[in-house]
Design a protein around this ligand. Structure first.
Ligand SMILES: Cc1cc2nc3c(=O)[nH]c(=O)nc-3n(C[C@H](O)[C@H](O)[C@H](O)COP(=O)(O)O)c2cc1C
Length: 179
């Protein structure tokens, strides 16, 4: 099993998936990672709808201008949230990230999709009116090598020591750039 540091630093967002089903036991583990995520006051404002039906995945792909590739995923998890909960976005983003990291550690890629016609997808999945569709996460075994270069700001630009603007040590910065 991959360690947490490796999963957190090496994981790439994946949008091309093999035509290969992901076993139910792995989906179950991914769901458990979401269910057991922490949330403010332990409110757990989320619901996870697993979509495996190919027609439904195609329809969601059509309803996702920036996530058409959902159509080719092995499955997707739609995350419905209670928007009355003050921290629903933070809590649910944490649950989503946990699910995506656990998936990655088990060889399954995924990608966050933001551009979704939410009202239409809500109807398709029978998500109650009072809930909001936060996102739909497609999952599947990566079609291509999932290794890649992370295009990120250097640590020097985002991490400071004690006070904003005070540089983190150069030695640590060099270490992070070799990751
Ligand atoms: C809130 C959010 C919305 C995103 N929306 C989309 C999207 O609509 N379509 C897409 O292909 N990727 C989407 N992404 C994925 C980002 O483009 C991706 O995380 C970023 O480019 C880094 O990818 P990397 O980790 O593979 O370097 C979204 C990511 C986040 C966090």
């Amino acid at each position: 099993m991959m360690d947490v540091f490796e999963a957190a630093t090496k994981r790439m967002e994946v949008k091309d998936y093999k035509d290969k089903p992901v076993p139910t036991e792995i989906i179950q583990k991914i769901l458990e990672a979401g269910r057991l995520s922490p949330s403010a006051m332990n409110m757990q404002p989320w619901s996870f709808i697993v979509v495996r039906d190919r027609n439904a995945l195609r329809m969601i792909g059509e309803l996702s201008p920036t996530g058409k590739y959902i159509a080719g995923a092995a499955f997707a998890i739609a995350i419905a949230v209670n928007p009355d909960d003050k921290w629903y976005q933070v809590d649910t983003a944490r649950a989503a990230q946990s699910m995506m990291l656990v998936a990655w550690s088990l060889g399954v890629g995924s990608r966050w999709v933001g551009g979704i016609e939410r009202d239409e997808v809500k109807k398709l999945l029978k998500i109650p009116e009072r809930l909001q569709l936060l996102t739909v996460l497609p999952f599947g075994y990566p079609k291509h090598s999932a290794k890649g270069v992370k295009n990120r700001k250097p640590l020097q630009q985002v991490a400071f020591l004690e006070k904003y603007g005070e540089p983190w040590s150069k030695q640590t910065e060099q270490t992070s750039q070799t990751l």
